[in-house]
Design a protein around this ligand. Structure first.
Ligand SMILES: Cc1ncc(COP(=O)(O)O)c(C=O)c1O
Length: 343
């Protein structure tokens, strides 16, 4: 009898990450990794770190070098930046700092399932927001005394964004999850400096091709950031991830080139998928959300898997579909060829 475990932990299911096959030669389009390598500067910085004295010592718990570099590149004060072990870690820290046991959080559906997991760990209730047919979110449906609203923009799994400027006057406290913002036209990175009740989170897993390193960050007003630092693990980011992340953001040109390639592929693939009978909302991220007019999503997922192509099957109370990461042009051509045979 594990009756010493908190009841909400015993009750919850736990977050289920996408499949991560560690061997074999599947075309992996299921967890929104970038198919192109990170900046050569990252590899060079890691090489130097390994041959130097970095591994023997603890990393800088404040991540000062990353924060100063990020401050210069993103034009925010270094004191506004929280370093994190992936943006999931930033979301965890924010939730622990802001949401009390028996509190209430709010997020849209369909969206990133981790928000519900974080709420369950905290023992908080969830209020679900519904997207309108136009992809808008009605701010008036947010309960008045909510402790935190999470809004992913662009959203996962749909890839859609809320209408321009929509989150400017949104009810707070609010965390805008910008894991995919580099693939979109608009972002809210500077909003936390004007509104101390807003936090933005960013990931280096997608646009910077560093999912294996685990690094993300948050931007919040400096006073709030100081509070968040109290909650994080002392050494939440290891020495190598700090070095890799700093080198990666230094090379904005490399990141932008990869993003431009992926956006062009996304455009082309979306057109072909629609011709194959899929409903595909216009995506602003590095993946597309596909619901077929005739075939069930689970069956399509299995058909593709049997042919060596892994996509993400996702089921929500109101919808189910396939979230397909944008890979290289060759990978996407293989996907389209197989889908033509299947449907
Ligand atoms: C909406 C959203 N937020 C955050 C993350 C987490 O990214 P990271 O790898 O930085 O933890 C993901 C990853 O899939 C995501 O889809």
């Amino acid at each position: 009898m594990l009756d010493f475990v908190r009841p909400n932990i015993l009750r919850m299911r736990g977050y289920e990450p996408g499949e991560q096959p560690q061997e074999g030669s599947v075309i992996k389009l299921n967890t929104n990794e970038n198919p192109y390598p990170p900046s050569p500067r990252v590899l060079e910085a890691l090489r130097q770190a390994i041959h130097g004295d970095r591994l023997r010592k603890y990393p800088d718990p404040q991540g000062r070098q990353f924060r100063e570099t990020a401050a210069r590149i993103f034009d925010v004060p270094p004191e506004a930046i929280l370093i994190a072990n992936g943006s999931d870690d930033a979301l965890t820290i924010i939730t622990r700092a802001l949401v009390p046991e028996n509190g209430e959080v709010c997020f849209p559906s369909p969206s990133y399932p981790l928000y519900e997991t974080l709420a369950a760990i905290q023992g908080a209730a969830c209020h679900i927001l519904r997207f309108t047919a136009e992809g808008d979110l009605p701010a008036e449906t947010v309960p008045r005394r909510v402790h935190l609203t999470y809004i992913p923009n662009p959203n996962s799994p749909t890839g859609t964004v809320v209408p321009r400027g929509r989150l400017q006057g949104w009810p707070t406290p609010l965390v805008i999850d910008e894991a995919y913002a580099d693939f979109a036209e608009e972002n809210y990175l500077h909003l936390p400096l004007k509104n101390e009740r807003v936090i933005v989170t960013r990931s280096l897993s997608k646009s910077y091709s560093l999912a294996g390193i685990r690094f993300g960050f948050a931007v919040a007003c400096p006073e709030l950031t100081r509070q968040l630092y109290k909650v994080k693990d002392s050494y939440n980011c290891d020495a190598l991830s700090l070095i890799a992340a700093t080198a990666a953001i230094e090379d904005q040109e490399h990141m932008r080139q990869n993003v431009a390639r992926l956006r062009a592929t996304r455009q082309r693939v979306s057109v072909h998928l629609r011709q194959l009978g899929f409903l595909v909302p216009e995506s602003h991220a590095n993946f597309v959300w596909c619901v077929h007019r005739a075939h069930p999503a689970r069956w399509l997922y299995e058909q593709l898997k049997a042919r060596g192509i892994l996509v993400r099957y996702l089921r929500y109370p109101e919808t189910e579909g396939l979230r397909i990461t944008i890979g290289t042009d060759a990978e996407m051509d293989r996907l389209l060829d197989e889908l033509r045979r299947i449907v």
